[in-house]
Design a protein around this ligand. Sequence first.
Ligand code: SF4
Ligand code: SF4
Length: 265
Amino acid sequence: MPNGNDKPKVGIFGLTGCAGDQLQILNCEDELVRLAGRMDIVDWVMARSGNDHTCRLDVAFVEGVVATERDLETLKEIRARAKTLVALGTCAVWGGLPAMHNEMSREVLQREVYNTHVQFLDTVEALPPTHFVPFELSLPGCPIERHEFLRVVNSVLSGTEPDLPRVPVCWECKVKENTCRVIHAQEVCCGAMTRGGCGARCPSHGVACSGCRGPVEEPNYDANITMFAGRGISWLEIARRMSNFSAPVWMTQGLEQEVRRESKR
Ligand code: SF4
Ligand code: SF4
């Protein structure tokens, strides 16, 4: 952080994505006003005009995936400017929804989405920024949780490590004494494989977790797949639910083979 009375210079950037994480920052409202007293947001095109696009940054936050060559150039420029780079949101940390069908070619994906041959897209395989440049911190979430963002900002400004949850969503779900979607509804719930921090929001509303916050440190996909299958859930349903966000479902060869076999029946 800078010496003297200078406030740290901060930039907030979005690559390809829905901009939901930047919206969450805007939603911080009162807290954002307080933070503005401690830092100088000099480059944030979503929220202000008159940005400085070249100055050195003490902290830069990046959301979204690299899905075009331009995204990659932008990311490298940000990295070169920033002392501390923070990946914001599951897209930036893991690839998120844009990366969920990377096993399919871009041509096929474009045809599936636009139903015609398109010329105006210059997309490349969607990958998280963390794949290309080093980041000092990562904050997953789809979108990020406001309280976690504020915790990260406070830590970065004070030069400490943010204390973010490492427990799975299941842990938070159990604390809330929710009825388990797997045991009582025979659903594919990704809570055991997914990093907590959302307070088990979906199971608390009677909906299975789809893994939007990305995996815990040891997600143990195979054991979960075996457990779902043992409860009579179809391989197709397991694959469909687990491929939404974080589970590299097609890397689990056993599941891929079972899905192919079931599809042929
Ligand atoms: S409902 Fe989902 S998150 Fe909650 S305990 Fe069951 S598997 Fe875990
Ligand atoms: S319960 Fe799962 S899908 Fe729902 S917000 Fe939390 S991590 Fe995301």
